[in-house]
Write a protein that binds this ligand. Sequence first.
Ligand SMILES: [Zn+2]
Length: 89
Amino acid sequence: MPKHCSAKVEGEECQLAPSYVISVKSHEGEYMLAVVCNDHKSALEARLVAMQEANRIPQGSIHFQPVKMVVTDCVTGIDADYIELNDKT
Ligand SMILES: [Zn+2]
């Protein structure tokens, strides 16, 4: 589990502790996308929707789960890459 939020704003990586794990639920199962702090929750959600439209991440409904509810051993598919919120592509 990453130690801080996955958001990156204008090249600046967010150093806040994550509050939510973001996953996408598709017919293939649940796939972890990122972790996010409270401040970037809505911005990152909008970004992920745009990434789905661009077929850069799996399709399906985006789901937020409080970090403390997640059993770390069950987290799969997550990678530590930052997601640039202001990326237009
Ligand atoms: Zn953040």
